[in-house]
Write a protein that binds this ligand. Structure first.
Ligand code: CP
Length: 314
């Protein structure tokens, strides 16, 4: 097996094509564990993982916890709303105090882009990014790529349309980094107020002037949530207007390839970025994305601990 040399996983920008392929291949192996009646292996017995979430989460936090438990690590969850962060404790002090309890991995979600690089400079355990501001969400990018690979058997040569609030989307940034390294072509569309001026510099992407242009002959259509919590000011007239120009529905999906994949990282605003018929329809891969999230996070946890593990212990 190829070696994973990174102590932290903070951004897909930091990983090579080979690193990403290794994580996806390990995630495929982890899926076998998740299909067993007893979904637990002793691989990470004795390891401690702290899930430190400064922002809300349903999918990411739960699946990191399940991933750790399935590998027999001890997992502890901290939500900032019930931590001493509410009393004014800084991230640095929180991290140093948690470190005194000798965790092996801190999985963190934080509203500040780059917070994980700051943390990695302060601690001697591994840091995994569960989403930082509008920067990256590497586990989401990996699970999205695994899901596309499930459908097509490859990522090379796929046309992936990413539609919505690109400016504030860490999901878009991780997908752009990962997908373009593995040979997919990424097309972005959204209201001009939600496309960053430097969009072409995000990676090898094409910025489209309309949603229809992005959808045309796409293999994958990835819809994004409007990140109102990061926008600061209103960037669209109203939800109905947004949906009219940038919502996915049974008519405009016909522009994509027949049976193209419909994806969304969640949480979904039904009727805004996608109609319910698209969310629940037979082209939707939304719940498969969530399922793959557990295997991907098991692979991430496994590889940042990798050097200390006996080969073949998965
Ligand atoms: N996709 C995603 O990050 O979902 P959560 O915010 O629920 O973790």
């Amino acid at each position: 097996m190829a070696e994973f040399k990174h102590k932290h996983i903070i951004a897909l920008r930091d990983l090579s094509k080979e690193d990403i392929e290794l994580l996806l291949s390990t995630a495929e192996s982890m899926r076998e564990i998740n299909s067993r009646e007893i979904k637990k292996v002793p691989t990470l017995r004795g390891k401690t993982i702290i899930n430190l979430f400064y922002e809300s989460s349903t999918r990411t936090r739960t699946s990191f916890e399940i991933a750790g438990k399935r590998l027999s690590a001890d997992t502890v969850n901290i939500a900032s709303s019930s931590s001493s962060a509410t009393k004014g404790e800084t991230l640095s002090d929180t991290a140093l105090n948690l470190l005194a309890m000798k965790p092996d991995i801190i999985v963190m979600r934080h509203a500040v882009s780059g917070a994980h690089y700051f943390l990695a400079g302060k601690v001697n355990c591994s840091i995994i990014n569960a989403g930082d501001g509008a920067h990256e969400h590497p586990s989401q990018g990996l699970l999205d790529m695994l899901t596309m690979k499930d459908r097509y058997g490859r990522l090379d040569g796929l046309k992936v349309a990413i539609v919505g609030d690109i400016t504030h989307s860490r999901v878009a940034r991780s997908n752009i980094q990962g997908l373009t390294k593995l040979g997919s072509s990424v097309f972005l569309a959204g209201p001009p107020t939600m496309i960053p001026p430097e969009a072409e510099k995000l990676g090898n992407v094409t910025v489209c002037s309309s949603m229809n242009e992005a959808l045309e002959d796409a293999d994958v259509v990835m819809m994004l949530r409007i990140q109102q919590e990061r926008q600061g000011k209103t960037l669209m007239p109203n939800a109905r207007e947004y949906s009219r120009y940038f919502g996915l529905n049974p008519n405009n999906i016909k522009l994509a390839k027949p049976n193209a994949m419909v994806m969304h990282p969640g949480p979904i605003n039904r009727g805004v970025e996608m109609s319910s018929s698209m969310v629940d329809g037979n082209q939707s891969w939304v719940l498969k994305q969530v399922e793959n999230g557990v295997a991907v996070r098991m692979a991430m946890i496994y590889h940042v601990c990798g050097d200390e593990l006996a080969p073949g212990t998965i």
